[in-house]
Design a protein around this ligand. Structure first.
Ligand SMILES: Nc1ncnc2c1ncn2[C@@H]1O[C@H](COP(=O)(O)OP(=O)(O)OP(=O)(O)O)[C@@H](O)[C@H]1O
Length: 470
C-alpha cells in the first residue's frame, strides 16, 4: 500500500481521486492549499504527490523543490522532476489514464527503493575496517543476496569458514542448515557415506541408516572446507551431485535429491592442482560463480590487527569476568611487527597465551607474549639491519627489564635452567650464521668479509650447523 497526496483546490477533482485511490487500496490525503500540503509533507512520508499548477496561495511548480526536500529523498527528483515532473496530466483526464500513470510511478519508485536499500548485512562477527576487508564485504554482500556458488580462497586462519557462515546467515537460506564438510579430515573410505549417507547393512559397521551431509544441507548451505583435499574418486561423484542435485546413498537403490547452496573453501591453488592432474577441471568450473580471496593478516594493515586484538581481548576479559585490560604500546608494537603466518587464528591463540600469562595484571605487556613470537620479531628486526632501538620491547625497557626481556628472547632450547656456556655459544653461533646469510644475501665472499672468518672456519661452521649456501 502506498501513500498518495493530492494538493488541488478543485473539490470535485479531490473527491474523484479519493474514490479512485481508495479503490486501489492506497492511503489518500488531500489539501486545497499549497501551504497545508507542504506542511503535511514535513511530517508524513508519501510516495506520490498529485500537484495542481494553479493554487490559491501560489504556483504548484514553484513548490516542487520544497516538496522534494520534504520527501527527504534526493532520488525523488527523478520521480518528481526527471523532466519537470513524472507525468503531466491535463484536466479533465480519464480515470484509466490516471490509474496507469500512478501504477507506473509507484512501480518505478518501488524498484528504485529495492535497488537502493537492500537489507543491511549482519557483520557483527567479522572484524576489520581496512580497505582489503571492505573489498571482501562487497563480494560477501553480493554472495549473501544471491544463491550463487562461492569459492573462498586464502591462507589458513584468514576467516574462510567465518565468511562462509556469514554469507549463509545473511542469505535467504539462513533458516536452513549450514553443513560443514571437512574434506581434509574425512577418510577416503568414509567420505562417500559421510557425504551421501548409507543404508543399514550396506557395509560392515553400518548398523543403521545414515543421512549424509548433502541431504542434511537440503534447503540450506553445504560448505566444502579444504575442497582441494577431496580425493579424485569422490570428485567425480560430487560433480554429478552438483550437476543434477541427485545422489545415491551407499547401498541404496533409489536416488535422493537435495537443494543446497554450495560454498567451497581452500588454501590451495586449485588451478595449479588441475594442471598437475590432482583436481578435476570440470569440478573447478562448477565450484564457483563468485570468487572471494581473503587477504592474509600481514596485508590487512595495522588498524585491523589492533581491532582484532581489542575485540578478542575484550571477549577473553568478558569470559573471565574481569575488567578490560589495557594494551601497552610495546605489546601492540610486537603484534604489529610479527608476520602472522597462521593469520587471525594464530593471533587469537597468541592473545589467549598472553592473557593467561598476564594473570591479574591490568595491562598486557610484550613480556606476556609467547617467546617464539618475540624472538621472530627480534630476529627480523636484527636481520633487517635495525638496531636494538628499533626493537619495540627493548626500546621501552630499563636495563633490568631489558635483561629479563633478553632472557625471554632466548630460543626454546635455552629456556628454563641456564644451559652450559658451550651450548649457549653454539646456539648463538647458529643464529649469527642465519642473520649473516640473510644480510649478505648468501654471498660467501661477503659473509667471510663481514664475519672475519677464514674460508676453512666459515665452511666448517656451515657444516657444523647444517646450513647450505643457495
Ligand atoms: N575478520 C575476522 N573477524 C573476526 N574473527 C575472525 C576473522 N577472521 C578470522 N577470524 C577468526 O579466526 C579463526 C580462524 O578462522 P576460520 O576458521 O574461519 O579460518 P579458515 O580460513 O577457515 O582457516 P583454515 O583454512 O585453517 O580452515 C576463527 O576463530 C575466526 O572466528
Amino acid at each position: 500500500m502506498a501513500n498518495i497526496l493530492v494538493i488541488d483546490d478543485d473539490v470535485d477533482f479531490c473527491e474523484t481521486m479519493a474514490s479512485l485511490i481508495q479503490r486501489m487500496e492506497h492511503g489518500f490525503h488531500a489539501f486545497y492549499t499549497l501551504r497545508e500540503g507542504v506542511a503535511f509533507l514535513s511530517e508524513t512520508i508519501v510516495d506520490v504527490v498529485f500537484l495542481d499548477v494553479r493554487l490559491p496561495d501560489g504556483n504548484g511548480l514553484d513548490a516542487i523543490p520544497r516538496i522534494r526536500a520534504s520527501l527527504g529523498d534526493p532520488d525523488g527528483a527523478e520521480l518528481a522532476i526527471a523532466a519537470g515532473v513524472w507525468d503531466y496530466l491535463v484536466k479533465p483526464f480519464s480515470v484509466k489514464q490516471t490509474r496507469l500513470s500512478l501504477d507506473r510511478a509507484l512501480r518505478y519508485r518501488l524498484e528504485k527503493q529495492q535497488a537502493r536499500e537492500p537489507e543491511p548485512l549482519d557483520l557483527s562477527s567479522v572484524v576489520g575496517e581496512g580497505p582489503a576487508m571492505k573489498a571482501c564485504y562487497t563480494l560477501l554482500a553480493q554472495a549473501a543476496r544471491s544463491d550463487s556458488r562461492v569459492l573462498i580462497t586464502g591462507e589458513t586462519g584468514t576467516g574462510k569458514e567465518l565468511f562462509a557462515r556469514t554469507i549463509h546467515d545473511n542469505s535467504s537460506r539462513s533458516k536452513g542448515e549450514f553443513v560443514v564438510v571437512d574434506c581434509a579430515s574425512i577418510t577416503e573410505t568414509l567420505l562417500e557415506s559421510t557425504l551421501f549417507g548409507h543404508k543399514k547393512g550396506s557395509f560392515t559397521g553400518a548398523d543403521s541408516d545414515r543421512t549424509g551431509l548433502v541431504k542434511m544441507a537440503d534447503g540450506g548451505t553445504l560448505f566444502l572446507d579444504e575442497v582441494g583435499d577431496m580425493p579424485l574418486s569422490i570428485q567425480k561423484s560430487f560433480l554429478r551431485v552438483l550437476q543434477e542435485r541427485r545422489f545415491r546413498p551407499v547401498g541404496e537403490t533409489r536416488e535422493l535429491t537435495s537443494d543446497f547452496r554450495l560454498i567451497a573453501a581452500t588454501n590451495r591453488n586449485l588451478q595449479e592442482m588441475v594442471e598437475e592432474g590432482k583436481f578435476r577441471q570440470d569440478l573447478l568450473f562448477r565450484l564457483w560463480t563468485i570468487s572471494l580471496r581473503l587477504p592474509p593478516l600481514r596485508e590487512r594493515g595495522a588498524e585491523d590487527i589492533r581491532g582484532l586484538t581489542r575485540v578478542h581481548i575484550r571477549n577473553l576479559c568478558q569470559k573471565a569476568g574481569v575488567a578490560m585490560k589495557e594494551l601497552a604500546q610495546d605489546f601492540l608494537d610486537v603484534l604489529l611487527a610479527y608476520e602472522w603466518p597462521g593469520n587471525v587464528r594464530e593471533l587469537f591463540n597468541v592473545l589467549e597465551v598472553a592473557f593467561v600469562a598476564s594473570r591479574e595484571n591490568k595491562t598486557l605487556y610484550a613480556m606476556d607474549l609467547p617467546p617464539e613470537v618475540r624472538i621472530r620479531v627480534m630476529r627480523a628486526a636484527l636481520s633487517d639491519g635495525r638496531g636494538a632501538d628499533d626493537i619495540p620491547e627493548i626500546r621501552v625497557l630499563s636495563t633490568e627489564q631489558s635483561l629479563s626481556a633478553m632472557e625471554n628472547f632466548l630460543p626454546d632450547s635455552l629456556q628454563g635452567d641456564l644451559p652450559t656456556l658451550k651450548d649457549f655459544k653454539a646456539e648463538m653461533e647458529a643464529l649469527y650464521l642465519d642473520i649473516l646469510m640473510k644480510k649478505t644475501g648468501g654471498s660467501p665472499q661477503e659473509m667471510m668479509s663481514v664475519s672475519g672468518l677464514s674460508k676453512s672456519h666459515f665452511y666448517a661452521l656451515l657444516k657444523k650447523y647444517g646450513r647450505s649456501l643457495k
